[in-house]
Design a protein around this ligand. Structure first.
Ligand SMILES: Nc1ncnc2c1ncn2[C@@H]1O[C@H](COP(=O)(O)OP(=O)(O)OP(=O)(O)O)[C@@H](O)[C@H]1O
Ligand SMILES: [Mg+2]
Length: 249
């Protein structure tokens, strides 16, 4: 469903992505792990066309993403949870969740969009009374969950989750991990999730890819990760301070 072939992206002399190759099969859940600042968020943004790589090819469902004529139709296939939630601060919660259902190719009647927003809020553990509040009136973890509800609201085929459990308590993190797994298993969505949380990795992933040094250092089925002999993977999954990954960058 998603293929990245030799993707390069630099910011000035900061060569973030140095030839990323990655393949995500339809209806599977890929989890991206890797140290802070290695380019995980940038990699996802290149797929959506929010960041343009200098080199390489990205295809979604066989289509080169740099050649998409109708951007609205292309983006309608995706949901995205941004790392910082990125809610519209002047819109009430429900309009954030239903954003995509209130305009463009996915627009539907306002009452229906509202009803879907309330349902999606419930899926992420939020009660209807938050629907009319502004994002600034919510805690960080609640904002994160509103971002999640927005990402799944239009039931897209492909969903990206950037740090879905960061800032959540362990119980709510478990609820969100289960939700992401359900979206893949029951709705057949193709998902890519970035996380530092090994519990999330084990709950969500079919396959795991580790980004390091601008490339995919290791990739394989989640069941293989504990037996991986790669010292970078070993250091990362065990959270060891000692190892090949430098802790001062
Ligand atoms: N718009 C930008 N302009 C310049 N540099 C950027 C920009 N966005 C990201 N970078 C740089 O690209 C690198 C990778 O950033 P990215 O956000 O992808 O990291 P990450 O792997 O998601 O890290 P984290 O786990 O901390 O979220 C960093 O060095 C960052 O400073
Ligand atoms: Mg990031």
């Amino acid at each position: 469903m998603i293929t990245l072939d030799n993707i390069h992206k630099s910011f000035g002399d900061n060569h973030v992505l140095r030839g990323v190759d990655l393949h995500v099969a339809r209806g599977t859940s890929m989890v991206i792990i890797g140290g802070s600042g290695t380019g995980k968020s940038i990699a996802i943004k290149t797929i959506l066309g929010l960041v343009t790589p200098e080199k390489g090819t990205i295809t979604v469902d066989g289509q080169d993403v740099s050649q998409t004529g109708d951007r609205d139709a292309f983006l309608a296939r995706f949901g995205m949870l941004f790392q910082g939630a990125a809610l519209f601060d002047s819109l009430p919660v429900w309009q954030n969740v239903a954003f995509r259902l209130l305009r463009g190719s996915l627009a539907r009647p306002k009452a229906e969009a509202h009803e879907i927003a309330i349902e999606k809020l419930r899926r992420v553990g939020l009660t209807p009374d938050v629907a009319d509040r502004l994002p600034a009136e919510l805690s960080g973890g609640m904002q994160k969950r509103v971002g999640l509800a927005r990402a799944i609201a239009a039931e897209p085929e492909i969903i990206f989750f950037d740090e879905p459990t960061t800032g959540l308590d362990p119980i709510m993190a478990g609820v969100i991990n289960d939700l992401i797994r359900e979206i893949v298993t029951e709705m057949g969505a193709t998902t890519m999730t970035i996380t530092h949380d090994m519990t999330s990795v084990r709950t969500i992933a079919d396959n795991v890819a580790m980004l390091h040094g601008g490339k995919i250092r290791w990739t394989g089925p989640v069941a293989d990760i504990d037996a991986a002999t790669d010292p970078y993977v070993d250091q990362f999954i065990h959270g060891r301070a000692e190892g090949p990954i430098e802790t001062v960058r």
